[in-house]
Design a protein. Structure first.
Length: 276
């Protein structure tokens, strides 16, 4: 650890489910002082309760024990319950508090309607590889967010992976479709590749191991290499070889590109529906 994570004050985490829990683990691993963390979840999991007992951060089922002057309040609750969750949180937002929301489809303006137009709000879309510190998050801040508050949010999000910022909030809809939902597409690829291996004559365990390690290894190679994905693909493909035979199917009419374009378009459209 080069430097311990420090946001210059206390942190409130509202919701400690899978994504909230992943963020919390990342913050603790990066050295955020446990006593500065207040977690509020009406039904905390056994893992979160055990972690609270071990690390000694504050864990409560309601808002009664939350501080009123936190540096950052992180909203990690399901989008459909935001309308009921936000009003009781308003008294706990101080003049210098920045609210960081990772609730999919809930806009900056929609959150401000509950918390106040003067509140600094950052909307972010992380993805599930944040659980192992390999996430990618895109974030967008409202006009009330200061550079220091933006830096606080950036530090928290970088604890679990890479971060990119956008000035255009509407970009978060296709971001959700590409990186937010993207891990599911990759998992489906691994499922399908394994099943295709079984159909070709491999036993189940070997087919699944091959698919898993191939997807993981190719992803790591893509990250470590300076070459774009297309060039790496060509490096594997010998003219007239086995890979070329497979790619003729995958890159043909109604192939993988067409399917993914349609899939991302559908997910983007759904994200916009949820935002409206």
């Amino acid at each position: 650890m080069d430097h311990a994570l420090d946001i210059g004050g206390t942190l409130i985490l509202v919701g400690a489910g899978k994504m909230g829990g992943a963020l919390l683990s990342g913050w603790l691993d990066r050295g955020l002082v446990p006593k500065s963390i207040f977690v509020q979840d009406p039904e905390p999991s056994g893992d979160i309760t055990a972690l609270a007992n071990s690390k000694q951060f504050h864990l409560g089922k309601d808002t009664s024990a939350l501080p009123r002057d936190a540096a950052v309040m992180v909203l990690a609750v399901k989008p459909q319950i935001m309308d009921e969750v936000l009003p009781p949180l308003k008294p706990h937002i101080g003049e210098s508090t920045v609210v960081l929301s990772i609730a999919a489809g809930r806009t900056l303006a929609g959150i401000a309607r509950h918390l106040g137009s003067e509140v600094a709000i950052v909307r972010a879309m992380p993805n599930t590889p944040a659980a192992i510190g390999r996430g990618i998050t895109v974030a967008c801040a409202n006009a009330q967010t200061t550079p220091d508050q933006k830096a606080q949010c950036d530090a928290l999000l970088r604890a679990v992976g890479c971060v990119a910022w956008s000035e255009d909030e509407s970009a978060l809809d296709p971001v959700t479709a590409v990186s937010g939902s993207g891990p599911a597409y990759v998992f489906l690829l691994a499922e399908c590749l394994a099943e295709a291996g079984v159909e070709a004559g491999l036993d189940n365990d070997l087919a699944r191991k091959l698919a898993c390690e191939t997807v993981a290894g190719a992803g790591e190679l893509l990250i470590r290499s300076d070459a774009p994905a297309g060039e790496l693909r060509k490096n594997v493909t010998s003219p007239g070889g086995t890979t070329a035979a497979a790619l003729e199917i995958l890159m043909g009419e109604d192939g993988l590109q067409d399917l993914l374009t349609r899939a991302v378009k559908a997910a983007t459209g759904r994200s916009r529906e949820l935002s409206s």
